[in-house]
Write a protein that binds this ligand. Sequence first.
Ligand code: EPZ
Length: 420
Amino acid sequence: MDKLILEPSGPLRGTVEVGGAKNAALPIMAACLLTEEECVIEGVPHVTDVNTMAQILSLLGVEVAWEDGRLAIHPNHYTGWTAPHELVSLMRASICVLGPLLARHGRAKVSMPGGCIIGLRPVDLHLKGLEALGATFTIEHGYIIGRAERLRGATIHLSGPFGSSVLATGNVMMAATLADGVTIIEHAACEPEVADLANGLVEMGAKITGQGTPHIRVEGVLRLHGARHRILPDRIEAGTLMIAAAMLGGEVTVKGAISEHLGGLIDKLREANVAVESLNGSIRVRSDRRVKGVQVTTLPFPGFPTDLQAQMMAMMTMSEGVSVVTEKIYPERFTHVPELRRMGAQITREGPSAIVQGVGRLSGAPVTASDLRASAALVLAGLAADTVTELSGVEHLDRGYEQLETKLTHLGAAIRRERG
Ligand code: EPZ
């Protein structure tokens, strides 16, 4: 297993370009199952979660190939309908093949995703939404077995105890594109990745309106065709780089970052005394003093994203004063806390909140990542520490960040990978 060796770094200076969004790419890859024709997706990041989705599509009988930085997906007349446990257990987002398989084949067998390190993560909203369209489900031997004679449009409410669901909205929207009649999704997730999926589907011939709002309307069509789609820039990668600049100091321009997608973060960084400027097609972050403690609550978009909570907490460990982080999407998403504490951070947990008393410095230590965003938080903490930090569990980072270490190195950080 690889390790990252992180040396004391900062200030960061320069310009980096953000890649395509992993969380937009995965459902759009699954959406290709809705057509027989070739789809070309541009800007797909080279990360292991994308490889896992490509493996699932290949197992179903779909041709997947990288061509000059684009992903060419040719479903032809694929006949597979099973997403096996070995792959679904690597990545819960595999669940997004469920809706397309039911819409196209009338049957699907997808391994039931278990709980994961960031919490329970049920799939009831996916099943509820697809059932409303006429699918039926049984759970057998750890698999969700779905069947549907013909899907029919319906009005579906998709809110759960922690708000709407991003991938359940995607699953229902994808299935509804080929259903008879009109589907209305109420309490739809408003995340930019859901809107990007809808835009990709529209390019394939789907009739969708309201994407990006809690009220999505899908008018079913008989068939979808091939299309070419460019994935939107990754707001979580952009946010991670912005927090790095805020925490380590300096001046960094993140090219491709869209300020409308990062409002929750920008607001909190400014409150913490960090200068954030929205330019045409990029965001510039400048920080020349110790940041101030802030209160952050994670919420569905446009609130502060749960996927930036760990990185923000890493920044708070060194801020002036007390910060409070409340996790309203995944109340157990705190695996970074004990590792940050090993580096000298003063954090106490109170239910879904963490209280962070800022310290003047973090001390380098061997630490282990156990979740994608926790790994990014530990990279930032390691660069801010006073001595070398050795980060294990880098495979989590590789699931969702394309070349984070190269980009940070380009800005002046000292990171090296030891291949294991
Ligand atoms: C997506 O997961 C993202 N993954 C996650 O990113 C992200 O953290 C999450 O949305 C929230 O923004 C991808 O897009 C591939 P949800 P998703 O269903 O769709 C509960 C990362 O680090 N819920 O919107 O699976 C759920 O437990 C990852 O890149 C139900 O109750 O998340 C949670 O509390 C991790 N029933 C809340 O809803 C359901 O059927 C939101 O989860 C589904 C979800």
